[in-house]
Design a binder for this molecule. Structure first.
Ligand SMILES: Cc1cc2nc3c(=O)[nH]c(=O)nc-3n(C[C@H](O)[C@H](O)[C@H](O)COP(=O)(O)OP(=O)(O)OC[C@H]3O[C@@H](n4cnc5c(N)ncnc54)[C@H](O)[C@@H]3O)c2cc1C
Length: 402
């Protein structure tokens, strides 16, 4: 059976669904999302910590976060009147710590963030002591703290709202696995699904998350995107800590620790050591990280977290761009109609609205209109020129931080 479609979006996670929403609203024609499991049990999106920060070194990443914040706090305007748009958004800043020896680097990062329009304070140790009395600051010299546009929300609810908004804009969702992209004369002509169905289309958007490298290989040009496991641990302390923000402690094992409140408990995530961080599709939590790394790090950093009970853990996959941990966005270098929307390496939820809007502009107008995302082009990989914006607690040589 053949069905007609102008645009096929491969993957219905937050990037694919935002792309489909903006494509349909821009009048791209028939927009079909092909998703291999519409319950999204293994998607990065539904397993994410789903926090949003403005604290990036690259101005374009700050601008993408701005739009992400606007979008996720204004979802009702994308839905038919009266529909539920609540995603449990909690507005609270990111507090990014720096050890004494790293305060110069932090001050420089802060300067760049502010130049790029992020609302971020640089707090010295005495100010930190006053504002966050529960912090243990022995080795800490300073921190940055976001004062606007940062927080977290429920990613399952957010994906549901975006999918309903996309549906209202005319997008169809088809359950199935894309196993081939057909190309004729250098131009995309369709996709084949593993159950034998095929869809004709002139445009394919690769929003396959951690599987984006596999989907790119279908048109003969793989990109360096692979799934890297990150385990989320929920814990309950014996003593309550009030108003914990998003807290990034970069001093932990050189890979960093992220924590924040989660419903009535707390969440913590760290990265495994590089030698235990292979490309994987496995979703078994890395339980060893809690007792070996997280439990002692919590006790070291937060008054009240000396004694905590593990409540539960789950694992998800970062869609890691192993080249420079930044997005890969825009057209394929040779195949007409094939677009990348992948590789966001741990910040794909917050940037999905900006990616989706940009993809819609490229497809319908042939150029970026709102934000120029051309620096995320796949060309930089071919040229061997990595973008210099990494996670707050990550060191480049490890390519594996949180
Ligand atoms: C533990 C953890 C914490 C995170 N914390 C944050 C955070 O705080 N803030 C943030 O912004 N980001 C965070 N991220 C990253 C974020 O979750 C991802 O960047 C984002 O969800 C990527 O969205 P996606 O739509 O590209 O991928 P996914 O949600 O994985 O969606 C891709 C979809 O493609 C489908 N698919 C793949 N191949 C095919 C195929 N051949 N045919 C059909 N369908 C296919 C898959 O089934 C999947 O549903 C975190 C991730 C993890 C794992």
């Amino acid at each position: 059976m053949k069905q007609d479609a102008n645009v096929v979006v491969v993957g219905g996670g937050i990037i694919g669904s935002c792309s489909a929403l903006f494509l349909a609203r821009a009048g791209a024609g028939t927009v079909t999302v092909v998703e291999r499991d519409l319950a999204f049990p293994a998607a990065s999106t539904t397993r994410s910590a789903s926090a949003i920060r403005q604290q990036f070194n690259l101005g374009i990443n700050v601008a993408m976060s701005h739009f992400g914040y606007e979008f996720f706090t204004d979802l009702a305007s994308y839905l038919p009147e009266g529909e539920d748009a609540d995603i449990d958004f909690v507005e609270r800043g990111y507090l990014v710590l720096a050890a004494h020896e790293s305060t110069d680097r932090l001050a420089l990062a802060h300067e760049r963030q502010v130049e790029n329009g992020a609302q971020v304070e640089l707090l010295q140790r005495d100010e930190l002591e006053k504002r966050f009395p529960w912090l243990k600051l022995d080795d800490i010299g300073a921190a940055t703290f976001g004062t606007a546009g940062e927080g977290w929300f429920n990613p399952i609810k957010a994906l549901d709202v975006v999918r309903r908004a996309a549906g209202a804009a005319g997008v169809s969702y088809v359950e199935g696995e894309v196993e081939a992209v057909t190309v004729d004369g250098g131009q995309v002509t369709g996709v084949s699904l593993s159950d034998g169905r095929s869809l004709e289309c002139s445009v394919v958007i690769n929003a396959a998350g951690p599987a984006a490298g596999t989907v790119a290989a279908m048109v003969g040009d793989p990109v360096p995107v692979e799934g890297r496991k990150r385990t989320v641990f929920l814990f309950r302390p014996k003593t309550e800590v009030e108003d914990l923000p998003n807290l990034v402690d970069p001093t932990v094992e050189g890979r960093g620790l992220y924590m924040r409140p989660y419903e009535d408990v707390f969440m913590a995530v760290t990265a495994p050591p590089p030698e235990r961080d292979p490309a994987t599709t496995d979703l078994e939590p890395d339980h060893y990280l809690f007792d070996e790394v997280i439990r002692p790090a919590l006790a070291r950093r937060v008054r009240g977290f000396e004694d905590v009970d593990l409540v539960r853990a789950w694992a998800g996959h970062y869609e890691m761009n192993t080249f420079d941990q930044n997005a890969i966005i825009g057209p394929h270098r040779e195949v007409g109609g094939f677009y990348f929307a992948c590789g966001l390496s741990g910040h794909g939820v917050m940037h999905a609205p900006a990616v989706g809007r940009a993809i819609a502009e490229l497809v319908t107008e042939g150029a970026y209109r709102s934000l120029d995302l051309s620096m995320f082009s796949v060309e930089r990989i071919a040229r061997g020129e990595p973008l210099d914006d990494i996670q707050p607690s990550e060191s480049r040589h490890q390519r594996a931080g949180i």
